[in-house]
Design a protein around this ligand. Structure first.
Ligand SMILES: [Zn+2]
Length: 323
């Protein structure tokens, strides 16, 4: 019986899809935006040299909320946290993650924006390494045919040097649709792979072979994937336009960004910079940096809302009409 029901659901989704091609989908108003500052409380996120990801994510998220309120006062905002706690004061990261998604869904959110910082390398800022500086002539005794002889050789002299943690830039994540898995995984091996990598989480990823999951992901693909991609692309474009290094829009489907598929709405996770890079840590902690990041996101949001609802100040250009 369960299988028959699921088959009907799949069929219904397919017909819904066909219908989408037949006519323009109705324009949906964006009434509620969910802002999710990453980590918090006992989960500080990635460490910088003097600040944490959780602190920066909260500061930028609160400023983002104020800027959205100014630009779009009619849009309701839901924050998953407004202080340095795990969302919902939950006792662990996984419970807090579920709370983030549940809150977004129960609030009837039309858009979910998570703010995080990226991290790379052995240590924030940099670390000391050793390398060969030069060689000196040296001698050593070696045994040749049962006799000790003295041999000269070049002995390396090592020096300690500072390795700066140089990886920097922004990335925006969206949940990958399952059919792209192989391609995404192979790309991940080629490119440097950072972002939200959560090895401690016990949260379970959806099983792509489960029919109910297939139906759910089809709904995601039809309703939210392109919108998420659209907003993510606009955000990264804004970062580029203001001179930041953009590492682009990334599609993933792993634990680190689990929350994106658990929210029934277009969802993006913005890595606003590398906290492990001293320059970017300073930028993300500065008033000017935080304001610039917020302006970038609001500019992207303005175009996105205009495209979705046909309102807002931004004229639709050929470029942002692509989605
Ligand atoms: Zn994070």
């Amino acid at each position: 019986m369960k299988r028959i029901c699921l088959s009907f659901l799949c069929l219904a989704v397919v017909f819904l899809h066909a219908d989408c091609f037949a006519q323009d989908p109705p324009r949906k108003k964006i009434n509620t935006i969910v802002i999710d500052p990453g980590h918090g409380g006992l989960d500080p996120g990635a460490p910088g040299t003097y600040s944490t990801e959780a602190e920066i994510a909260l500061a930028v998220s609160l400023k983002l909320g104020k800027a959205i309120e100014k630009e779009f006062p009619e849009i309701k905002q839901i924050f998953t946290r407004t202080t340095d706690v795990l969302p919902g004061n939950k006792p662990n990261k996984d419970a807090a993650l579920k709370y983030r998604a549940d809150l977004a869904n129960s609030s009837g959110g039309d858009l979910f924006i998570a703010i995080h910082c990226n991290s790379a390398g052995k240590k924030a800022g940099g670390w000391y390494g050793q390398r060969i500086s030069h060689y000196v002539d040296a001698t050593k005794k070696v045994k040749v045919k049962k006799k000790w002889v003295t041999k000269t050789y070049k002995k390396p002299v090592y020096e300690t040097y500072w390795i700066e943690n140089h990886v920097k830039g922004t990335e925006t994540y969206i949940w990958a649709v399952n059919k792209n898995d192989a391609k995404i995984n192979s790309m991940a091996h080629i490119n440097e792979y950072y972002g939200e990598i959560d090895s401690t989480s016990t949260i379970e990823l959806p099983d792509p072979s489960d029919p109910a999951e297939k139906a759910r992901m089809l709904i995601y693909t039809l309703n939210y994937f392109r919108k998420s991609m659209n907003l993510a692309t606009l955000v990264e474009k804004q970062f580029v336009d203001s001179g930041r290094v953009s590492r682009g829009v990334k599609q993933r489907n792993d634990k680190g960004i689990w929350v994106l598929q658990a929210t029934g709405m277009p969802s993006i996770l913005i890595e606003i910079g590398f906290i492990s890079n001293k320059q970017e840590e300073d930028y993300m902690n500065s008033e000017a940096g935080q304001e610039a990041i917020v302006t970038n996101i609001v500019n992207a949001l303005r175009t996105y809302i205009h495209n979705i609802e046909g309102r807002g100040k931004e004229p639709v250009t050929e470029e942002n009409k692509a989605f």
